[in-house]
Structure formats: structure tokens, C-alpha cells
Design a protein around this ligand. Structure first.
Ligand SMILES: Cc1cc2nc3c(=O)[nH]c(=O)nc-3n(C[C@H](O)[C@H](O)[C@H](O)COP(=O)(O)O)c2cc1C
Length: 141
């Protein structure tokens, strides 16, 4: 049972709105608590970037399920590794809304003005999530 972290990005299907997003978060938090999964979901109007942490078996199973979800497509693994500790241990699924603070942090890791996780290296994506994890800890997002 190795502690594993997967980070992936995906593109939203057009017309996904705040209601669908709330549904995703509600189900995620319920399931993840049961399965001891923690993580974070970053969302802008086009893309998701999500990190999932937990046992390898459970993380792999969840990722397969998420890949089949019709609310997004073009799901791509950005990074996958065993980790010694959780970055988002306090969150069944933290959600990072688009605020001035998150926008500024994301801009540091982005090529263009728009958030586009497909254009990020694995290292940038992981460092971005680490930075965002720190602002979640401080509670000033
Ligand atoms: C971007 C995105 C992120 C998701 N993250 C999770 C998650 O962290 N945990 C989870 O259980 N389901 C997540 N889901 C939902 C799953 O795809 C799936 O609908 C859900 O796990 C089914 O759960 P249920 O069988 O309890 O209804 C996510 C879906 C999307 C589109």
C-alpha cells in the first residue's frame, strides 16, 4: 500500500456550470473521505487540474473512473509518483476558486495570460499545486 499522488488535467465539456461543479465536489468529498483520498481541484472556465493522493490501488481505481466521466474530456496524466507524505492531508477534496491570489500564483507558472495546464511541465504543475496548498493552509485564498 504505497502512498501515491496523481496529477492530471482535463478540458471541461461546454456548458458545465456551477451546479455541475458543486455535484462533482459533493460526490468527491463523500467518496474520498471513505477511501482516504485527499487532494485538490483547480478549475477555470476551460480546464481542470486535479491532484489525488492515497493508496496506489484506490488512486488508480478513482482515476479510471474519472477518465470515463462525460463532464470532461482529453484527460491527461501530468505526473504520477509515490510520495512520502500528503500535500493536501486536510482536504477530502479542496477546491480552489479563481481569485486574484490564485490568478497571481498561476501566472508565475504559465506561458501565456490564460491558465492552461496542458502547456505546463510536470514540475511546474507540481510546484503550482504546492504553492496553492500553502495558501490553503494559511486560509487566505
Ligand atoms: C474533474 C472531475 C474530478 C472528479 N473528482 C472526483 C474525486 O476526487 N472523487 C470521486 O469520487 N469522484 C470524482 N469525480 C466524479 C467521478 O468521475 C464519478 O462521477 C464519481 O466518482 C461516481 O461516484 P458515485 O458512484 O458515488 O456516484 C470527478 C469528476 C470530474 C469531472
Amino acid at each position: 500500500m504505497h502512498l501515491t499522488r496523481i496529477t492530471y488535467c482535463s478540458e471541461i465539456i461546454k456548458n458545465i456550470g456551477s451546479e455541475e461543479l458543486s455535484d462533482i465536489l459533493e460526490v468527491s468529498r463523500r467518496n474520498n473521505e471513505k477511501d482516504s483520498i485527499t487532494g485538490v481541484l483547480l478549475f477555470n472556465s476551460n480546464f481542470f487540474l486535479q491532484c489525488l493522493e492515497g493508496s496506489r490501488e484506490v488512486v488508480n481505481r478513482l482515476y479510471s473512473r474519472i477518465c470515463c466521466d462525460k463532464r470532461h474530456h482529453n484527460v491527461q496524466i501530468v505526473a504520477y509518483s509515490e510520495v512520502s507524505k500528503r500535500q493536501f492531508a486536510d482536504w477530502d477534496m479542496a477546491y480552489l476558486p479563481w481569485t486574484e491570489t490564485t490568478r497571481k500564483i498561476i501566472a508565475q507558472y504559465s506561458i501565456g495570460a490564460e491558465f492552461n495546464p496542458y502547456q505546463m511541465s510536470a514540475q511546474s504543475a507540481i510546484e503550482l499545486l504546492d504553492d496553492l496548498g500553502r495558501i490553503l493552509q494559511k486560509g487566505d485564498n
